[in-house]
Design a protein around this ligand. Structure first.
Ligand code: BDR
Ligand code: CA
Length: 312
């Protein structure tokens, strides 16, 4: 039985790859997509989500627009990384698909409350505002999720937020929401920068994706555009492909090693707002609340990505 999945996302170049990887994977079935401001402003994010579905021929996927600002923090968008349109500035044709009228927070609550307990998994690929507000609105959803798989946080890898350089941008963009989610008691699996910075889209890996179909070619163009920022800015040999790690975890968990630790989110300090603090050695004696994806077989990941994108 494919695992039913909700995706909450701020597309975003790597978000697009994550959604396509999920579309191409029989191990999961996407019930819908909710959007959250992050990589750019919400209207563009929602349009991008529609475009990503349309490009893969999945106009059946309902898209629910979510929050247009973080709870307290000022949104720090990332057009410098993802392009002025948040999706690699590839001169896209106009999109015809339209989002649903229902708000993302209501959709998350309704979906989880109407599904059997323990049935639904949610992948969070952007700031956690929608998810936190859903928890605030209906606390019972926490125990009914099968798993929350979140891309966010950083422990030893440094940060990538331009507002708070030590923090990862999804968490830095709404640290208060992240704190609500991490303290909720939900079954959380986390893909932090420590993992994703070991998962680089080098030119060789991008070339192995190109030529394997319409969506694979677009994915390769997006990866080429997206990688240039981290190659130039961080001197990495390729761009870190963050968000698809969450989907890869669900469909090919043997690619990953994991570690259970306690994770807290800094919400008081201005200089380290949104920092994820991991108790790696059990120093506090607190019960671990997060399964951290610690390392991955990156060659295995890229071979899976190439094979699956070729199916679309
Ligand atoms: C995260 O921030 C966004 O720019 C990416 O889409 C990813 O979700 C990486 O820090
Ligand atoms: Ca994202």
């Amino acid at each position: 039985m494919p695992r039913p999945l909700l995706i909450d996302t701020d597309p975003g170049c790597d978000d697009a790859l994550a959604i396509w990887l999920a579309f191409a994977s029989p191990e999961v079935t996407i019930r819908g997509i909710s959007t959250i401001c992050g990589n750019t402003a919400l209207p563009q994010i929602t349009e991008n989500a529609c475009r990503i579905c349309e490009l893969a021929g999945r106009i059946d996927i309902p898209i629910y627009p979510g929050c247009s600002q973080p709870m307290l923090q000022t949104l720090d968008t990332a057009e410098v990384v993802h392009g002025a349109d948040g999706l690699a500035d590839l001169r896209w044709p106009p999109v015809s698909m339209r989002p649903q009228a229902m708000h993302a927070v209501d959709w998350i609550v309704d979906s989880v409350m109407s599904a059997p307990a323990g049935d639904l998994t949610l992948c969070a690929l952007g700031p956690l505002t929608n998810l936190a507000l859903a928890i605030v609105k209906e606390r019972r959803i926490v125990a009914r999720f099968r798993e929350l798989v979140i891309m966010g946080g950083s422990f030893f890898a440094g940060g990538n937020s331009s507002q708070v350089p030590v923090s990862e941008s999804n968490i830095a963009n709404d640290p208060h929401a992240a704190r609500i989610v991490f303290e909720s008691g939900a079954n959380i699996t986390l893909a932090p920068l420590d993992l994703t910075h070991r998962n680089l889209a080098t030119p060789e890996r991008i070339n192995a994706i190109r030529g394997r179909g319409h969506v694979a070619d677009i994915a390769a163009d997006i990866m080429t555009f997206y990688s240039r920022y981290d190659v130039e800015k961080m001197g990495l040999p390729g761009g870190p492909i963050h968000d698809p790690c969450t989907i890869a975890w669900l469909i090919a968990p043997t690619l990953f090693s994991t570690r259970r630790i306690d994770v807290e989110v800094e919400t008081m300090s201005t200089s380290s707002l949104g920092l994820t603090i991991g108790d790696w050695w059990g120093a506090t004696g607190k019960k671990p609340n997060v399964t951290v994806l610690h390392n991955l077989d990156s060659d295995g990941f890229y071979s899976l990505l190439a094979d699956r994108l070729a199916l679309l």
